[in-house]
Write a protein that binds this ligand. Structure first.
Ligand SMILES: NC(=O)C1=CN([C@@H]2O[C@H](COP(=O)(O)OP(=O)(O)OC[C@H]3O[C@@H](n4cnc5c(N)ncnc54)[C@H](O)[C@@H]3O)[C@@H](O)[C@H]2O)C=CC1
Ligand SMILES: O=C(CO)[C@H](O)[C@H](O)COP(=O)(O)O
Length: 300
């Protein structure tokens, strides 16, 4: 099967390389012509526009979209859909909000297209060597047209048809919420080591925790890699950005009245990390001063 690919960034490019390796003969478009050139140099086929990409594919066309979530994804889908024929397939594998994906399902089905919302996990190395996919959409079409592709691009047992439209991205959102909580706990653990009276070798700690311990796993492996490059993480600041999935998870917890305090607090800690001082801190310091005469620290 000749697959189409839109988006040759950190994830899409590596998915493209896997498609190449596994004989899915990808043709790819990216808004950045340099990305298309790089893909061509790696052996892939390039397209100068979405229109040209569509023309290169045979019906039923399968197009994998891996661009920034939100407006860009919406625009790419809107540009692509009118160029397709009934029965063609769009796979949207970015980190999109599941409610938006449910809208895309309705919209694409109304045009006679099949749409799949796919949560992708495993990071860049997963995209390159085998990822984990959570796939929402028509099950029969998935089994008939797409299963071999997902089987090839995933690690063994690394794909799952999650159910109706939106369920793939909902599952990925919750996955990322869990990711926030797990990473926050690892961070707090190392903070407690750092504040302790002991002089731990953090790379050694990550290494031993990753051998037989209850908390072994890929995040701990990555922690070992990071400490190997920078023993005390001196080169980076402790500022934690986020791209929306944690916030959406917490919003869902509120919508569905589910208690998710670990994920919620890990999200708040990300926001807190982006501030060097806080108004909360000023208010509490001022109040302590007002009621108890406790010292405040003055601005320099
Ligand atoms: N980086 C990661 O670890 C993961 C990212 N994702 C999701 O996958 C999607 C892609 O992520 P990355 O590859 O990391 O982002 P990226 O920023 O590295 O790549 C995005 C690519 O899309 C291209 N692009 C932007 N607008 C376009 C347009 N209108 N038409 C065609 N191409 C366009 C950009 O030129 C760029 O090459 C996002 O939705 C992201 O949330 C999902 C799982 C893991
Ligand atoms: O989906 C991912 C990993 O599973 C992406 O790396 C995502 O960007 C992580 O979320 P955040 O940027 O909010 O930390």
């Amino acid at each position: 099967m000749k697959a189409g690919l839109i988006g040759l960034g950190k994830m899409g490019y590596n998915i493209g390389l896997q498609m190449l390796e596994k004989n899915h003969e990808p043709a790819a478009f990216d808004v950045d012509p340099k990305a298309v050139e790089t893909f061509k140099e790696a052996g892939g086929e390039g397209a100068a526009s979405i229109e040209e990409l569509v023309q290169k594919l045979e019906a039923p066309r399968v197009i994998w979209v891996m661009v920034p979530a939100g407006t860009v994804t919406d625009e790419v889908l809107e540009e692509t859909a009118p160029l397709l024929d009934e029965g063609d397939i769009l796979i949207e594998a970015g980190n999109s909000h599941y409610k938006k994906s449910m809208e895309h399902h309705q919209n694409m089905e109304a045009r006679g297209l099949y749409f799949f919302d796919v949560g992708t996990s495993g990071g860049i190395s997963g995209a390159r060597h085998g990822a984990c996919f959570m796939i929402g959409g028509n099950k029969e079409v998935f089994q008939k047209e797409l299963e071999p592709l997902f089987d090839d691009l995933s690690v063994e047992k690394g794909y799952f048809h999650t159910g109706e439209g939106g369920s793939g991205h909902y599952l990925k959102m919750i996955h990322n919420g869990i990711e926030y909580g797990m990473m926050a706990a690892i961070g707090e653990g190392f903070e407690l080591l750092e504040k302790s009276p002991f002089d731990y070798d953090y790379e050694g700690v990550a290494e031993v925790w990753n051998h037989g311990s209850v908390i072994r796993g890929w995040l701990m492996e990555l922690m070992g890699d990071a400490f190997k490059k920078d023993a005390n993480l001196d080169d980076i600041r402790g500022v934690m950005h986020s791209s929306g999935e944690g916030k959406w998870t917490v919003e869902s917890a509120l919508d569905y009245q589910a208690a998710a305090p670990v994920i919620a607090l890990s999200l708040m800690m990300r926001y807190r990390s982006q501030e060097t001082d806080t108004f909360t801190g000023k208010v509490v310091a001022a109040l302590r001063h007002e009621f108890g005469g406790h010292a405040t620290e003055q601005q320099e």
